[in-house]
Design a protein around this ligand. Structure first.
Ligand SMILES: Cc1cc2nc3c(=O)[nH]c(=O)nc-3n(C[C@H](O)[C@H](O)[C@H](O)COP(=O)(O)OP(=O)(O)OC[C@H]3O[C@@H](n4cnc5c(N)ncnc54)[C@H](O)[C@@H]3O)c2cc1C
Length: 576
């Protein structure tokens, strides 16, 4: 059942075997899978409210309006980023059931075989390798028809997909003018090979986007893993609007109790009653890469020296908590095109926008059934690139990209008053920069300090410059000669300093923070969790969300969250 307030929960006087902190992407999977056994009871405690009836969450094309600075966003801001010319940028995270899977841009990419094989290597647990995880990938995925039911032959490889999982995935459901041109360009330019299915383990090349969309609407962990058939199980309870402030020990090393407060919005600072609940078996932190380290630190689990200095009693010294924050860097770039059939039109014409919404409302068809963008690709800088004289390759291996290109039939962000655009945006997906999540207040309701430390290394700048130049070469493919009128964001002939200026002034996040409570091998003197995701040196406390990834995968990260959580559920069951 879904319970809207702590008062309603306390009336029920229930006891739970597992308390999951955070009903986001990963937490919903854990709640669902553990309650498959009707003798096991689970409470999910979620700080945000319901995902139901929020149009910006449900309509795929509106995903860009679901955050930042909305009621469904934690509304975080980074600390000023030297690599971004000192800008402090919005750092959205879902503050709603389903977590970031309810507010993300819906792209479904699993990552590269090499990404997962590296997790296995550094943790010494073969269970995190690509081949071992395939059953969990398939348990998650329910690949279905696109909204327009078009023939998808040669747009994906059915052999590598799951059709009976829980979370829906589909190809784009509304054709765009750039589709055929993009694929013709991959024929014309050998540098940009066509990849039939980037979810096969080998990501390299350009292919069709797959997205977590079902029948023209968002599929999130809330609509899938917490669909009525699951959330109505008598042994599964989801408490909304309840914010966990700390985990508390009931023995010297046994952190099986959660402390929480009624939460009505993301910016609570006032003193309010604190409630506690103890789990019969385990507490599972699934509060995400920002929330999980913040809860650990407020609980005295972290670097004992810095916690003491701040005035928090250190209970367990784990200096890696909050460190190693890794994220991808996004950079939008557009070209002026010879067409009026782009998404720019509806973005500046309210009548057209209303027609599109009416169409979606009545038929679940039309341009709003897709997230922005219908193709993307992952590419590597050449092995003989000069930057490798200074840096060893931070990518996981040859199946993983250094950078990503994202194609869209319109400008990124609000369009200018005139002009139509095609975007080829770039993302740095093999960053060497690392940041942190730290505290500067003992108030668990205060926002933590978030420092992704974007573009702090020459390698990261080198790759983004190369990505921009690659996007310009893609735009120069013969097929675009009658379509592209002029570059809009930067010029192919720009020098390194000119590109650097464009990058530092305009780059932002792809919203993929990971690594702040990373796994390491058992017995390692760094890291936060063991390969079974239990917190090092403690009992009854596990972490299941993307904070556990030791490296950032070269992918959009929601699929990783689902995959990690699917395996974690089996690890928890095995420990029962
Ligand atoms: C704007 C945006 C766009 C994105 N686009 C894409 C995309 O297109 N494709 C893709 O693959 N990935 C995308 N991502 C990233 C992806 O969604 C996340 O990496 C993934 O969902 C993270 O899963 P998680 O389980 O680690 O955390 P989350 O899903 O964020 O879950 C954490 C949950 O814990 C709750 N919580 C936190 N603190 C507390 C507390 N103290 N008490 C109680 N509850 C708490 C939160 O409210 C949230 O529900 C995007 C993310 C954002 C924000």
């Amino acid at each position: 059942a879904i319970i809207e307030s702590i008062a309603d929960l306390t009336k029920l006087k229930l006891k739970f075997d597992y308390i999951v902190v955070g009903g986001g992407t990963s937490g919903a999977v854990i709640g669902n899978r553990l309650t498959e056994n009707k003798d096991v009871s689970v409470l999910i405690v979620e700080a945000g409210g319901s995902n139901a009836n929020v149009l910006d969450i449900i309509v795929p094309a509106f995903c860009t309006m679901a955050t930042p600075q909305t009621p469904q966003d934690w509304n975080y801001t980074t600390i000023p980023q030297p690599g971004l010319n000192g800008r402090a940028i919005a750092y959205p995270r879902g503050f709603v059931l389903g977590g970031s899977s309810s507010v993300n841009y819906l792209i479904y990419t699993r990552g590269a075989r090499d990404d997962f094989d590296r997790f296995a290597r550094v943790t010494g647990d073969e269970g995190w390798s690509w081949d071992s995880l395939i059953p969990y990938i398939l348990k998650n995925e329910r690949f279905g028809l696109p909204a327009d039911h078009h023939n998808t032959t040669n747009q994906f490889d059915p052999k590598v997909h799951g059709f009976n999982g829980i979370n829906s995935v589909s190809l784009a459901g509304f054709p765009s003018d750039i589709d055929s041109r993009v694929f013709e360009a991959t024929d014309e330019l050998s540098e940009f090979p066509f990849n039939l299915d980037m979810n096969s383990g080998n990501t390299i090349g350009i292919g069709w986007m797959q997205a977590t969309i079902k029948d023209g609407s968002r599929s999130s962990s809330a609509t899938s893993y917490l669909a009525p058939e699951f959330v109505n199980r008598p042994n599964l309870h989801v408490l909304l609007n309840a914010r966990v402030t700390r985990v508390l020990p009931t023995g010297p090393t046994s952190f099986d109790t959660v402390e929480f407060v009624q939460s009505l919005d993301g910016k609570l600072k006032m003193i309010r009653p604190r409630y506690t609940l103890t789990a019969g078996s385990e507490v599972i932190l699934s509060a995400g890469s920002i929330g999980t380290p913040a809860i650990l630190l407020h609980s005295g689990i972290g670097n004992s020296t810095t916690l003491s200095a701040l005035g928090i009693e250190p209970l367990h010294n784990l200096p890696s908590v909050g460190q190693n924050l890794s994220d991808h860097v996004f950079l939008g770039a557009s070209w002026l095109v010879n067409s009026t059939n782009t998404t720019d039109e509806a973005a500046r014409n309210a009548t057209l926008a209303a027609e599109e919404l009416a169409k979606w409302n009545t038929t679940r068809m039309g341009p709003l059934v897709d997230n922005p963008g219908s193709q993307l690709g992952w590419l590597r800088i050449p092995n003989n690139s000069s930057i490798f004289e200074q840096f060893s390759d931070p990518s996981a291996g040859p199946t993983a990209g250094h950078f990503e290109l994202l194609l869209a039939n319109g400008i990124v962000g609000p369009p200018p008053p005139t002009g139509n655009f095609m975007s080829i945006s770039s993302a740095l997906v093999s960053p060497t920069s690392r940041g942190y999540v730290e505290l500067n207040s003992t108030d668990p309701l205060a926002a933590p300090l978030i420092n992704p430390n974007f573009l702090a290394s020459d390698f990261d700048m080198f790759v983004l410059r190369e990505a921009l130049r690659a996007s310009a070469r893609f735009a120069a493919a013969p097929v675009f000669s009658n379509y592209i009128i002029a570059p809009f964001s930067f010029n192919a002939t720009d020098t390194d300093p000119e590109l650097d200026e464009f990058i530092r002034a305009n780059a932002g996040t792809v919203f993929h923070p990971v690594g702040t409570a990373a796994m390491s091998a058992k017995g390692a003197n760094f890291g936060v969790v063991d390969p079974d995701l239990t917190v090092k040196g403690l009992q009854k406390l596990r972490i299941v969300d993307l904070s556990v990834l030791p490296f950032i995968p070269a992918s959009h990260t929601q699929a990783s969250a689902y995959i990690i959580a699917e395996r974690a559920a089996d690890l928890i069951k095995a420990a029962q």
